[in-house]
Design a protein around this ligand. Structure first.
Ligand code: GTP
Ligand code: MG
Length: 179
């Protein structure tokens, strides 16, 4: 089976572990504990081979990194050799997009120009905005523009309400498989 190595990066508490837990276990925990070091999970999905139209299985080997500053130096160990990176921010947290931008820039710098790592920029906690629009701290356009300029996939999602989570991985899987 084809395997892809995927890493999640982003500030602490933006919801990286919650996105992975939703994708791998279809669970959500409102009191999720902050990750220590990093966590490893895997999940297999099915997708279509664009040439043969056959259904194929691909396995994601996922490194869910810890966003707290003290773990920052560990990150290169996890993003090195990654086929894909999901860089997460929290649309209700004004500072979290600039942290995400820093991660994207670090990835681009360290992985070099000839890498084919697929990067997705993900604004999480969409459910909070759907409840109360005044909680939005980062406009959709702001995230989207940075993504377009840098050739990233972009989505706003909710790990809590399971909005758009599977689609992130499906899109990455299809892109990598048909690369
Ligand atoms: P670190 O491990 O410290 O880097 O944080 P993290 O990015 O893994 O965040 P985590 O998944 O632990 O989530 C932080 C908090 O946000 C937890 O209380 C989650 O329950 C909450 N949370 C995560 N995703 C969502 C979401 O989509 N909506 C809402 N309302 N809360 C969320
Ligand atoms: Mg975590």
């Amino acid at each position: 089976m084809i395997q892809f190595k995927l890493v999640l990066l982003g500030d602490s508490s933006v919801g990286k572990s919650s996105i992975v837990t939703r994708f791998v276990k279809d669970q959500f925990d409102i009191n999720k504990e902050s990750t220590i070091g990093a966590a490893f999970l895997s999940q297999t999905i099915k997708l279509l081979d664009s040439e043969t139209n056959d259904e194929v299985a691909v396995k994601f080997e996922i490194w869910d990194t810890a966003g707290q500053e003290r773990y920052k130096s560990l990150a290169p160990m996890y993003y090195r050799n990654s086929n894909a990176a999901i860089v997460v921010y929290d649309i209700t947290d004004a500072n979290s997009l600039s942290k995400a931008v820093k991660w994207v820039n670090e990835l681009k710098e360290k992985l070099g120009d000839d890498n084919d790592c697929v990067i997705s920029l993900i604004g999480n906690k969409l459910d909070l905005i759907n409840e109360d629009e005044t909680k939005r701290a980062i406009s959709r356009r702001e995230g989207e523009e940075f993504a377009i300029e840098n050739g990233l996939y972009f989505h706003e999602v909710s790990a809590k309400e399971n909005i758009g989570i599977k689609d992130i991985f499906q899109e990455i899987g299809e892109s990598l498989y048909n690369q």
